[in-house]
Design a protein around this ligand. Structure first.
Ligand SMILES: C[S@@+](CC[C@H](N)C(=O)[O-])C[C@H]1O[C@@H](n2cnc3c(N)ncnc32)[C@H](O)[C@@H]1O
Length: 267
């Protein structure tokens, strides 16, 4: 599988070593939420699933467990560095841009994308392609952050450590927005699913108030975007070092943006 060297506007490059750490933390924080929804939707033996922007193996493998050898899971991403090892058998890994490439053929019982669309500039087109890929009666489950609803890394801003943490988080959001991320996207998902013609649309939201995985995610994210934060004048090297030391103490209560899960069925 050839590497894709194009800059798609995605800020957190999967090829950097911190990406593996971030994926582990995202799985720990959000896999239970994702699979609660997947199981509620009745995804089971023999079904066909498309995992969009899979990033890491954890969601495709969890789906493969549910659909079994009679089913199929297509796991796509613009960067398959972390998923190519699980290609084969029930799981097919494909390098694919959800906003630009034709959807995989065959009609899916479930199309799922978690924390992907917020990063995609042409997210309307991506959504259209995902809806197109559903078989009649198939479910689209979209899970995306809404940092505008809960912008703080430390909701309990009780001292200078928390204030610095929140300031750096705000810098990160500026970088994401400058790359075309929509920071109020999550809340729009139910409406967008209805406007796309889906039925039985429902949505809920989840975010941890404190969790060791949030500290792991934060440290890896800040190390990954450090040069960009400094270059944009959003933080100094010294502030970033101080913040990473604060995070490492485990005494900051770190949250994430709310993750909105919205689902609907193709008539
Ligand atoms: C924050 S990660 C989330 C990964 C995984 N879905 C999860 O929740 O753990 C965003 C993923 O979206 C992928 N991505 C970004 N733009 C994409 C696009 N246009 N088409 C497909 N995948 C894309 C990235 O390569 C990355 O793997």
């Amino acid at each position: 599988m050839a590497e894709n060297n194009a800059d798609h506007g995605y800020l957190l490059d999967n090829r950097q070593s911190e990406a593996g750490v971030r994926f582990g933390a995202l799985g720990e924080l959000f896999d239970p939420v994702t699979f609660r929804h997947v199981d509620q939707l009745g995804i089971t033996s023999g079904m066909r699933c498309w995992e969009v922007g899979a990033g890491s193996p954890s969601v495709p493998l969890g789906l493969a467990e549910r659909v079994g050898p009679a089913g199929a899971v297509v796991a796509t991403d613009i960067d398959v560095s972390w998923t190519r090892a699980i290609d084969g058998g029930v799981v097919e890994v494909v390098r694919h841009d959800v906003a630009a490439d034709p959807p995989p053929p065959g009609g899916f019982d479930l199309v799922h994308a978690r924390l992907v669309l917020v990063h995609v500039t042409d997210r309307a087109e991506a959504l259209r392609r995902m809806v197109q890929a559903l078989r009649p009666g198939g479910w689209l489950l979209l899970e995306d952050a809404d940092p505008g609803l809960q912008p703080l890394l430390c909701p309990d801003e009780s001292g200078p450590e928390q204030r610095l943490a929140n300031r750096l988080r705000s810098g990160f959001r500026d970088l994401m927005a400058a790359r075309g991320a929509d920071l109020a996207y999550g809340r729009t998902l139910p409406r967008l699913l209805r406007e796309a013609g889906l039925e039985d649309v429902r949505a809920d939201a989840y975010f941890p108030i404190t969790s060791p995985a949030c500290a792991v995610l934060e440290a890896a994210t800040v190390r990954q975007i450090r040069p960009r934060l400094v270059a944009a004048g959003l933080a100094t090297e010294e502030e970033i070092d101080r913040h990473l030391t604060n995070v490492a103490t485990g005494r900051l209560d770190l949250a994430t943006a709310p993750m909105i899960s919205a689902w609907g069925r193709r008539p």
